[in-house]
Design a protein around this ligand. Structure first.
Ligand code: ARG
Length: 465
């Protein structure tokens, strides 16, 4: 059909005229879906194996198809495969290459299949692989935080609310806080994976097939846990792509929270951290600058993940059943979110491991901001003072200490007693950031024994995963 140099279209039969070049360029997806080559070939081999089981392919035919598909795969990996926009997408490229090599046997591969269930399968395999890769990266990042905990156990940091000094916390309590966030991200990915791991093949274009296929077998060969129960639904379903994009956006948000915090902490004003130089860059004009560009880009790239999620939500809004070509637009956003989040995670782990805490600078300013005021209030509550009254007493003592420009621990007992008769010498055991941290009791609090318990749990869980 058409121009002899042009590849004949797989769908060309009904057409009497060739495709406009502009249309080819506009509709192609090979430029970005070529990264699905491995999943496409894996899916095709699983499909062909099933076709052989049910007698739609002879054993030798299946073997030729499998051998040739694996050869095509290796050519793609060796960069010896030729792409052409006239072949639209990765499915057509691989099928065409197969037909060119093994003729009619290759022409049988697309039996009982459409590109609609094929792309859905490829994308499910890709998202499944990608959730597994992300899970490893998240685990590595958690391990980097946990790896710091023992050596940072002696460091007390200010905890902030409203970015104002609030209560003292152990540095490892901060590290565990991030680990918890990434734990939820991993749980979310695992949950998303359940809805990803469903077989679409067999839906064909949208109505199923009259050929005697065995979807259970295909599911087994491709390690899908379930078989989609409605062909119309599954060929249009992109919920799993949206869910995955949300998981990625949430990871990016968590990374941005952490990056923002560490950017602040590395400023002269905070001076809590020294970032590793190999993870910083300089300024072309200010010779003294060592900038936290990696952290800033981790924070900045969050915009993509949020934007990509938005794109996918809008893309699928209002689409009627079943496959619509709009769905081709789902790939670039989800690929972009994955690539950027994966890259961020891979830089975050070594950055976390190699950053140094400025212990002296942190300790020298720890008595600023009355981090122990809540401990003093709880001391009074333990002595029987009602909470609201205790709050007022401590508020007045803090006001007095601010006037004198001293920490609470430096107020004489006489002053304390004037504020509340019940205060005695034991008060000095709860004042000061370190005492305040130790006084914590509740499960999940920052008390050293509580934190140590959590660190041990984390170590064990990460080891046995
Ligand atoms: N490139 C298409 C996509 O990504 C593959 C499915 C095309 N199906 C079709 N009937 N045109 O969605």
């Amino acid at each position: 059909m058409g121009n002899s140099k042009e590849k004949e279209k797989a769908w060309g039969g009904v057409f009497t005229e060739t495709t406009d070049k502009r249309v080819e360029l506009f509709t192609e997806s090979i430029s970005f879906d070529k990264r699905l080559y491995e999943q496409d070939i894996r899916g095709s081999i699983g499909h062909a194996r099933m076709l052989c089981d049910v007698g739609l392919l002879a054993q030798e035919e299946f073997e030729r198809i499998e051998k040739e598909l694996l050869e095509i795969k290796s050519e793609i990996e060796r960069d010896q495969f030729e792409y052409s926009t006239s072949l639209e997408d990765i499915h057509m490229h691989i099928e065409r290459a197969l037909i060119e090599r093994i003729g009619d046997t290759g022409r049988k591969l697309h039996t009982a299949r459409s590109r609609n269930d094929q792309i859905s399968t490829d994308l499910r395999l890709w998202v499944r692989d990608s959730t597994d890769l992300l899970d490893f990266s998240l685990r590595d990042l958690q391990a980097a935080f946990i790896g710091r905990c023992d050596k940072d156990m002696d460091v007390v940091l200010p905890g902030y609310t409203h970015t104002q000094r609030a209560q003292p916390v152990l540095a490892p309590h901060y590290w565990l806080a991030y680990c918890e966030k990434f734990k939820r991200d991993r749980q979310r990915l695992a949950d998303c994976r359940k809805r990803v791991n469903i077989l679409s093949l067999g839906a064909a274009a949208c109505a199923g097939t009259s050929l005697p296929i065995d979807r259970q077998k295909t599911a087994e060969y491709l390690a899908f846990d379930e078989i989609a129960a409605n062909s119309l639904d599954i060929s249009s379903d992109r919920d799993f792509v949206l869910e995955f994009a949300f998981c990625l956006a949430q990871i990016a948000l968590h990374l941005s929270n952490w990056a923002e915090e560490w950017i602040l902490w590395s400023t002269v004003e905070f001076n809590f951290l020294k970032l590793p130089q190999p993870f910083c860059t300089g300024s072309s004009i200010m010779p003294q600058k060592v900038n936290p560009d990696v952290l800033e880009l981790i924070r900045g790239k969050t915009a993509r993940s949020i934007g990509n999620l938005q794109t996918l939500l809008v893309l699928t809004k209002g689409l009627p059943l079943a496959y619509n070509r709009d769905l081709q637009e789902d790939k670039e956003p989800v690929f972009d979110s994955f690539d950027s989040v994966k890259a961020c995670l891979e830089l975050a782990a070594p950055l976390v491991a190699q950053t140094i805490l400025n212990r002296e600078a942190i300790a020298s300013k720890l008595d600023r901001g009355y981090l122990d005021a809540t401990s003093l209030m709880e001391y009074l509550i333990k002595k029987g003072v009602p909470q609201r009254t205790a709050h007022g007493i401590v508020g007045r003592l803090v006001r007095f200490a601010i006037e004198k420009n001293v920490p609470l621990a430096h107020l004489p007992l006489k002053t304390m007693k004037e504020a509340c008769e019940m205060i005695d010498y034991s008060v000095y055991e709860v004042l000061g950031a370190e005492n305040a941290v130790k006084a914590m009791q509740s499960y999940g609090s920052t008390a050293p024994d509580q934190v140590q318990k959590q660190v041990n749990l984390w170590k064990m869980n990460l080891k046995f995963e």
